[in-house]
Design a protein around this ligand. Structure first.
Ligand SMILES: Nc1nc2c(ncn2[C@@H]2O[C@H](COP(=O)(O)OP(=O)(O)OP(=O)(O)O)[C@@H](O)[C@H]2O)c(=O)[nH]1
Ligand SMILES: [Mg+2]
Ligand SMILES: [Zn+2]
Length: 221
């Protein structure tokens, strides 16, 4: 048991070194990097498609997609004329920093203004892996239930930004939005919460404004 714990610690330490190298590289290229984390199907790729539609004319956007299988998500982004690289984990339930390094070596993604990393659909272990990002974004769709922030507190406390997705479905599902906002605020008092619907476009301006503002702050600093 001790050996397993120590191997896991070493692996995490090695991964953290790679993440720091990546962070340096992204600072040099002036790229804002987001690590998108959520359960499967909560709307990560759809939000990226919507975001690309709004921002790709003014900003250079690139995407790294993490999935267990298929190039489907990267294909969806490439169909919009934006460079996307698919990382296939072959079963692993999270991305690590080395996979991001390999993606940057393999595909022409940089220089970019904003790099989105869509993690493997999973609310648990992606939380502990630093990918060199500026900040993590957690997505929670209203169809998943309003108990999720309290049941998966680590990601909601570590993500700078929480995006509540599929807001157009609020009239049809039992989801206590006020309670969720309160829970997220209690887990992460300094975090930002955005409520969006990729279907109606509600909240998308606010989301895009946040990205542009964060990009500006990164470049000023
Ligand atoms: N009603 C509604 N449906 C949405 C919205 N956003 C996404 N969906 C639907 O939700 C389903 C999953 O969306 P994806 O964007 O593929 O979800 P994902 O988080 O990328 O999924 P994985 O990559 O498999 O983890 C699709 O059928 C989308 O059309 C939304 O704002 N409203
Ligand atoms: Mg996806
Ligand atoms: Zn995992």
């Amino acid at each position: 048991m001790k050996t397993i714990v120590s191997i896991r610690r070493k692996a995490l330490a090695a991964s953290e070194e790679h993440a720091e190298e990546l962070r340096g590289r992204f600072a040099e290229s002036g790229t804002l990097v987001l690590n998108l984390i959520s359960s499967p199907g909560s709307g990560k790729t759809t939000l990226l498609e919507t975001t690309v539609g709004r921002l790709a004319e003014r900003y250079r956007i690139a995407v790294i997609e993490g999935d267990v299988a298929t190039e489907r998500d990267a294909d969806r982004i490439r169909a919009l004329g934006v460079p996307a690289h698919q990382v296939l984990t072959g079963g692993a339930c999270h991305l690590d920093a080395r996979q991001i390094e390999t993606a940057l070596e393999t595909a022409d993604l940089l220089p970019a203004d904003i790099l989105f990393i869509e993690n493997v659909g999973n609310l648990i272990c992606p939380t502990t892996y630093d990918l060199g990002e500026d900040f993590k974004v957690v997505l929670l769709s209203v169809t998943e239930g309003d108990d999720k922030p309290l049941k998966y507190p680590a990601i909601f406390s570590r993500a700078d930004v929480t995006v509540i997705t599929k807001a157009d479905l609020l009239p049809y599902v039992p989801f206590d939005l006020d309670a969720v906002l309160e829970h997220v605020k209690s887990l992460n008092p300094s975090g930002t919460i955005v409520i969006v619907s990729s279907t109606t476009g509600d909240g998308v301006d606010e989301w895009c404004d946040l990205l542009v503002e964060r990009l500006g702050s990164k470049r000023e600093s």
